[in-house]
Design a protein around this ligand. Structure first.
Ligand code: NI
Length: 253
């Protein structure tokens, strides 16, 4: 069994064939999918999908790209949506210094507001980072002990991984690990302790090597598991099992 811990199948890229995508995931032994919101609309979309399918769960949150749209009303909406029994985490949230679609100070405020909400609701969080670990890690370290979650689509090196592990975070490995020159991510996939590893697609983006540049989907999480298994000298089934167990433990509610 495999669990895709980060998918955006609520997006319009899947409107034409969502049922076929879910069928392929089922055939590929992907037993659960966590659908990630990144603004109010996509958070509602994630919850709607989770309501429709027993094996799908949802998160609600505001991506740093859209931090400029954060208002007290948005937090109120997230707080309400988070009471839904299928909502098991908050995010994705974090900082993105690559595209800077919202000013950095605005990103930080939206991030802290969502961290406050996670502490209030005692919910795990999904962290998005791009070129911003130098600011994200101290923010998370300051809340060590009161928050938990996953550093999704981890692209740092082994040293950064250890800082994340030290504050109790899980490491989410996605399709990038299958790319030839992704040596940092491969080293992390090899060295991350078994009980902190999660696998994900981040679909429709970041398809693994065999579909690189095309639309990604939950079934392809197997390619991620296969690559990690090769790096760690174990079987794809073992990677599927341990990451499913980690998922259930982290997001138990
Ligand atoms: Ni994402």
């Amino acid at each position: 069994m495999f669990i895709d811990s980060h998918a955006h199948i609520q997006l319009s890229q899947f409107n034409r064939d969502r049922d076929a995508v879910l069928k392929r995931a089922h055939k590929a032994a992907v037993t659960n999918i966590l659908v990630i919101g990144f603004d109010v609309e996509t958070s509602r979309g994630a919850v709607a999908l989770a309501e429709k399918h027993s094996h799908i769960y949802a998160t609600v949150g505001m991506h740093p790209h859209d931090a400029k749209d954060m208002t007290p009303d948005v937090i109120k909406t997230f707080r309400e949506l988070a009471t839904h029994p299928k909502v098991i985490a908050l995010g994705e949230m974090g900082l993105d210094y690559y595209r800077n679609l919202s000013p950095r100070p605005v990103q930080k405020v939206a991030f802290e507001q969502q961290l406050d909400l996670a502490e209030e609701l005692r919910m795990p969080i999904i962290i998005h980072n791009r070129d911003a670990y130098m600011d994200i890690l101290p923010i998370l370290e300051a809340r060590h002990g009161t928050i938990r979650g996953v550093l999704h689509c981890f692209t740092g090196d082994v040293e950064l991984m250890h800082r994340g592990l030290a504050i109790g975070f899980h490491i989410g490995i996605g399709g990038i690990v299958t790319y030839k020159n992704a040596t940092d991510v491969q080293a992390v996939a090899q060295e991350v302790p078994e009980d902190r590893l999660l696998i994900e697609t981040d679909c429709p983006w970041l398809a693994p090597q065999f579909r690189r540049g095309k639309r990604n989907e939950p079934a392809y999480v197997r390619a991620v598991a296969e690559k990690i298994a090769g790096l760690r000298g174990t079987t794809i089934e073992t990677i599927g099992e341990v990451t499913a167990k980690n998922f259930q433990k982290l997001f138990a509610h």
